[in-house]
Design a binder for this molecule. Sequence first.
Ligand code: KG4
Ligand code: ZN
Length: 362
Amino acid sequence: MLVLGLESSCDETGVALVEVGSGNGPAASGTSVPASSRLLAHTLHSQIALHRAYGGVVPELASRDHIRRVVPLLREALARSGKALAEVDAVAYTQGPGLAGALLVGCAFAEALATALGKPVVPVHHLEGHLLSPLLSTDAPTFPFVALLVSGGHTQLMRVDGVGRYTLLGETLDDAAGEAFDKTAKLLGLPYPGGPALARLAEDGRPDQVALPRPMLHSDDLNFSFAGLKTAVLTRVRDMGGERGELDDAQRADLARGFQDAIVEVLVKKSLKALKQTGLNRLVVAGGVGANRQLRAMLDEAARRRRLRVHYPELEFCTDNGAMIALAGALRLAADAGAARPAGTFAVRPRWPLAELMSPAD
Ligand code: KG4
Ligand code: ZN
């Protein structure tokens, strides 16, 4: 079965083709992804350059750019896969959550294409794409595992027992980790997208120069809160900037390092706590912040000491992409043919609670 996947929920247009064996059911506990699931090709266009001048994503510009990019990206993905459009068995696309206009581009395109092909569609939850993205890796994890989902819009710890079998363990009560990175980067005068820029600056900073709070580090639950951390940085910027509020490069680097140390420590400690609580020994990190090198280094170190396994998607699959949507759609279909529905309904879900996706382990 050949599944075409489309991602357009925010500022990346992604198209991919995944082939999956039908009828082999969901990957059971202790097994990996269905052996025959294979990414044939994926293409991606990032709008970073388009939005940079505005310091953030401009929804209307994002929608228009998705329209411009989707057809050439599809042509290129087909060419790379060696497949023809007529061979596609189902079209998966991100139905939500995300920017309404941006989602509508992918939805309208997928529904129209599937209608023309006479094939069904599989609407996919963007976060399920992120959750399953580590399965695209050459070093794919087996079920069950704990997933740390850290993106621009979400910060969640989930227990994943199989495709469609998710339990929420904890989540952020306010800002997402990526959002905290982006907002703090803005405070430090860094260009959009702030997360990677702040991470680079932090590499020049000295540890222990700027002490910042570790929000909810010792709370009994597995929840997070990052809004206060950003406010603490703002206070320190004012304190350190003197009368004119200006920081020199070394001060900015120390602040970036202090911020990154704080947020990474909280993410690592809570992930370890989730593993302990669930009794599992596999952690999967997904979402854009999963690209952070300090986070990876600290998790790897903790894993070595405790005999745990940490899996990361390849960097290109950490941030938004079409491959994870095609894979999520393909795995849903392989597990349950009822996951597909006839094409022709134009409905997106900009706010789609993850809870609706959950059917935890029995
Ligand atoms: O998963 P993603 O591409 O999009 C969402 O679904 O949100 O994540 C984007 C987020 C942004 O907030 C970005 O600043 C952050 O991931 N990010 C990073 C790094 N690379 C991307 N944050 C920290 N360190 C990085 N290296
Ligand atoms: Zn995402």
